[in-house]
Design a protein around this ligand. Sequence first.
Ligand SMILES: *Cc1c(COP(=O)(O)O)cnc(C)c1O
Length: 399
Amino acid sequence: MTILDDIGVRTIINAKGPATRLSGGPMSDDVARAMVEASQVCVQIDELQAKASAVVAAHTGAEAGYITTGAAAGLLLGTAACVARLDIGKMARLPDTSGMKSDVIMVRSQRNFYDHAVRAAGVRIVEVGLPDRIAGAGVRDAEPWEIDDAITENTAAVFYVASPTSKPDLEAVVEVAHRRDVPVLVDAAAQLPPAANLKRFIDAGADLVSFSGGKAIGGPQGSGMLAGRRDLIMSVALQNLDMDILWDQWAPPETLIDKSLLKGVPQHGIGRTCKIGKETIAGFIKALDLFAAADPLARHAEWLDHLRRIETRLRDLNQVSISIRNVDTGDHVPLLEITLAHGTSLNALDLITRLQNGTPSINLDPSLIDQGTLIVNPICLQPHQTDAVADGIRNSVSA
Ligand SMILES: *Cc1c(COP(=O)(O)O)cnc(C)c1O
């Protein structure tokens, strides 16, 4: 009996990938053990973050880093850092940004549900660009000059959401922003793998980059990291850490917080709501080390093997056609696509819902549902679950 049995919660099969709605993926024994080890002792939490900063810096090439409760938390903390910098009065007043730089420039085609985390710091998002290429009206999107055009005395940051199709290129955005002395905050939550992306955005000149720990890194579901400039990471730390301490008593680790730059101890900041526990920091660091050390080709081969087992069990079904995408590349996650055959009376949305509501509950990726395609993503799938996924699909198709 597990605690989940005790309270009557079903476990599900996650063949969608590390979605928060599905509680992310299963953590490895090594990561779980790191969490248990850290959870049974006490430490100075700022010392733990300072050591974690060095680990993040080593993996990303950034000056410093900070462990967060997720990439979205990192966006709130990063935005608050760009606005308040090292001014403890401003830190205390957020999210009231009166009298502070409070515009964050963002390319219109990059707007998404997660930018709520940026707005939560009290800033206003200033949209630029017309996404013609997405509207189907043309080939262009926002251009660097439009970002330059939008920068004013009131600009706190440029916010950039990284994806393989993001426009303009990050390098060009950094160039215009830095020419006007404006920091660039990057949402790279889901840009791993490939592991090379740990360094990619810092190399491009980003001032702060937010990654999710609960996605492909394989860390605790509620974890993530910021990587970036030392002064901004110091501001992040000051607005996240518990500040219930007297000035003379306060001896923060110098690699994280340079006390000489402050006129007093900050109060609890806006980021105190994103409190992170020692066990989460420990689990994240362990997962990051394992992720960076893993052989991407071996991981890809293992994922492919799981998908091939499902494919083999479904080969004789004639209501659907099955194919595997990203077979050849170590950089992209291989995906199994199940597409409804022409003329079948089946409906893809019905099918995915039936699988989700079945026993066991099998959850697939609905991104291509409009094209009649269901996707099996192997990242969170456990080897012993492949037969159940195949059998569930067979039964739903034949039901
Ligand atoms: C998943 C995701 C986030 C949120 O990451 P969490 O670690 O779950 O907070 C933010 N932005 C983008 C683009 C994402 O895909």
